[in-house]
Each structure stands twice: as C-alpha cells, then as structure tokens.
Design a protein around this ligand. Structure first.
Ligand code: C5P
Length: 416
C-alpha cells in the first residue's frame, strides 16, 4: 500500500482479531496476500482452513504469514475444552471467509456444521462477530439459481457478502465470480470497522488536474496527482457515504464502490459536476482546476515553421466550479455542504482566509502547493468561520479520514 506511510495509518486494524477462513478454490493464493495485508495493518489473524482449501495452499504458508498455527479440524485438541468452534468464534472481532466457495455458501445457507469453519460460523455470536464472505467461483456456478438463492439466504441470516470481480477465470472462461483482490478485500474489512459518520450522505468530489488542450497533442496542466481527492473518496465511502468522483487525467485506481467519471478540461469537469451536484449533500472540490485555457484549440498539431518564432497562445479564464456550486440555491440553503481546497505557495493563512470568503464556502482546506503535489503525505490548515485548525503532516490517507470526520461534525445527519 504505497499511500500508507505514517505509522498511525499503517496500524489501522491494530487490536482487531480476525478469523480468516479459507475454503477450496484457486483464489486461496489471494488469501495469502490478504493475510499478509491484514497483519501488515496490525490485525491479529487466526487462519482456519477447510480440507478443500488445504489442497490449494498449505497450512504452513498461512501459518508463516499469520504468525499463528492454523486450525483445520473440528477435533483439534489445542483448546483445553476441545471446543475450537466456540473458542475461535468468541475471540473474533470479525470472521472473513476468503475465498468462500459455492459449496461453503450452500452449507452456510443450510446452517450445517460439517467442518470447523462452517461450525464456527454457525456458533458465532452474530452481534459481536460479523461474518464477511468473499465469494470465488466459476461464472456458471456464480450465476446458478441455487448459488444466488443461497447468497440471498446467508445475507438474510446476517452475513455480509462482498462483491465479486468479472474477468478471466482460472478455468479459462471469462465472466463474473472472481474473488476481489487482496487490496480490495482489505479496504472492505477496514470499511467494515469504520464509524459510519457519513451514512446517508452523497458526496461529490473533484480530483486531479485538468488538461486544457492547445492542439490535439499538447495541453496546459499542473502537477496535481489526484491522490488527496482519491483518498477523500475512499474515506468518505468507508464512512458510509455514496461517493461520486470526477477525476481529471490521473493514473490512480478507483477506490472500491466509488462511482468515477473521467474528464479532461475544466469545462468538462464543470459539466460533469453540474450534472450530478443536485443529488449530492456534500461537494468537495479537491481538483487543481486550471485557471486559464487556450482561447483557441488548434484542430491540427501546431508546427514549428523554422523562423524561430514561438506561437502566441492567447488564454481565457476557466469557469470557477466551486464558486458556482457554492452560490447555488441548495448550497445557500444549507442542503449542500461545500468544501474547497487552496494550494498556495506562501502566506498560507492569509491567502486561504481570503479564498474561503471569496469562494463562499463554509470550510476550506489549505496546503502549500510544492509540499503536496505528487506526494503521499501532506499537511492541511482547515479554515472555517471560527478560525484555523492545523492537521499536521501525515499520509493523505490519514488526512482524508480526518477531513471526513471534520465534515461529518459540521453537517446535520441524514435521516436513514
Ligand atoms: O482559486 P483557486 O484555484 O486557488 O481555488 C481552489 C479551489 O477552487 C479548489 O477547491 C478548486 O478545486 C476550486 N476551483 C474550481 N474551479 C476553478 C478553480 C478552482 O472548482 N476553475
């Protein structure tokens, strides 16, 4: 996780005890990476494997990665009372079954206890030990009415079924049913433990730079990487919001369960924003929108003509998306909470205060441009009507979580 740089972030699941269950499937190889990712963020992981899982990956591998001997049998004699299913399910803050095979889901749906993993899922105190399932199977097995029926049943019984990916499968077929990647599953587990401070909110975020075309192959842009806006999208969704992310040209993966719209220019970004802002309750303008664009975009590549004279490029001002949204009737009526960013090169506090008033936003996050562009960490100065609060240098991931918490404190909860 390249974005996880500060120690607080790196220990996001510190103190959490997770039973990681593996059932039979090729996706067991991803469970090894998941185990490592979970322990990497501080979770204590106890692995339980079915007989089928042991055919795909060895308990020795999982023991090495989790740092704990693996449980594979109902009749394991290590617990003094001989009741592994009770001890393990009572010690867990969550049970994550990844991969969850079609057969395992069918057995869960029937409430069977024919191996240790099924038994401990059945024996778990549902209110204290949530059950997360990461299905993995062939596309036909996934689409089969029996599997879909079983999935509905286990959900009705309280399990949280994570999504599946679509794509090439180990069997050579292509379709839905692949297990999510280890990173995505880690995000899901972290989201699961995150307080749902934005539940019921719809957050619209702009992120990244814009690219203002000069001709078909050149453009004006800036050094914004989009990392802060993407981290905010992830943090807001983990806090329970529905998130739409409008991204300028950046090379970043979309956070899980975030709706992403790619745009190029400031005018594209404005159009995409205005088309969606009516559904939003929070608007965060994290994009570094180009202030100016070439007045004309040449239809063909501008050529050097050999006389040593560079072309004169006339500029015209771009629309200010944030200022426009902040002046909209819903924002003025308090139905849309607007947050702006300010990247300054000097005199942060004074410039940021003035910017907050000029843009008409209740909250503005100011940073020093050269100290943030492209980096994984940053420091923010939050300005609101009461004054300024510093968020000291930390990973953008951590700052995004803090900013989301600050926003949550300032908005009225949505009735759900
Ligand atoms: O005026 P300045 O570009 O410094 O303002 C920065 C803030 O305004 C950021 O939140 C940015 O996303 C937003 N902005 C915008 N449209 C523009 C320029 C800036 O939404 N054309």
């Amino acid at each position: 996780m390249s974005e996880q740089t500060d120690s607080q972030q790196a220990r996001e699941l510190a103190g959490r005890r997770i039973v990681l269950g593996l059932t039979g499937g090729v996706a067991c190889y991803k469970a090894a990476a998941l185990c490592r990712a979970l322990t990497g963020v501080g979770a204590a992981v106890q692995v339980v494997m079915t007989e089928g899982a042991c055919r795909f990956i060895t308990p020795a591998t999982m023991q090495a990665l989790s740092g704990q001997p693996v449980f594979t049998s109902t009749w394991d004699e290590r617990p003094a009372d001989g009741m592994a299913h009770i001890r393990l399910s009572r010690q867990a803050d969550a049970i994550v079954v990844a991969p969850a095979s079609a057969d395992f889901i069918a057995r869960l749906a029937q409430g069977r206890g024919d191996d240790l993993l099924a038994l401990l899922c059945l024996a778990r105190p549902a209110a204290r030990a949530p059950l997360l399932l990461a299905p993995a199977m062939n596309r036909e097995m996934w689409a089969h009415p029996a599997t879909q029926r079983n999935l509905r049943q286990v959900q009705a019984d309280g399990a949280h079924v994570l999504g599946v990916a679509s794509g090439a499968q180990a069997c050579g077929e292509t379709g839905e049913g692949r297990m999510l990647e280890a990173d995505e599953l880690l995000q899901e587990v972290i989201a699961f433990f995150t307080p749902q401070a934005l539940l019921g909110q719809h957050v619209l975020i702009t992120a990244g730079p814009t690219l203002e075309a000069i001709d078909p192959v050149r453009g004006l842009t800036n050094h914004s990487s989009g990392k802060m806006g993407f981290a905010l999208a992830r943090a807001a969704r983990e806090a329970g919001a529905q998130v739409t992310l409008i991204a300028g040209p950046v090379a970043l993966p979309t956070p899980a369960h975030v709706r992403r719209i790619d745009v190029q220019s400031a005018r594209d970004m404005r159009q995409a924003t205005l088309a969606r802002v009516d559904a939003a309750t929070i608007f965060i303008a994290a994009a570094a929108v180009a202030d100016w664009r070439p007045a004309q975009c040449a239809t063909q590549k501008i050529k050097k003509d050999g006389n040593g004279q560079p072309p004169a490029i006339a500029l015209t001002e771009n629309p200010d998306i944030l200022a426009e949204v902040a002046q909209s009737p819903r924002a003025r009526a308090g139905q849309l909470f607007c947050v702006g960013f300010a990247a300054e090169s000097e005199n942060l506090l004074e410039n940021a205060r003035r910017k907050r008033e000029r843009k008409g936003v209740p909250l503005l996050a100011a940073n020093l441009g050269p100290a943030t562009f492209g980096r994984d960490d940053n420091a923010l100065l939050l300005i609101d009507e009461h004054g300024a609060t510093e968020l000291p240098r930390a990973s953008k991931r951590r700052l995004a979580q803090q900013l989301v918490a600050e926003i949550a404190q300032r908005i009225a909860p949505v009735a759900t």
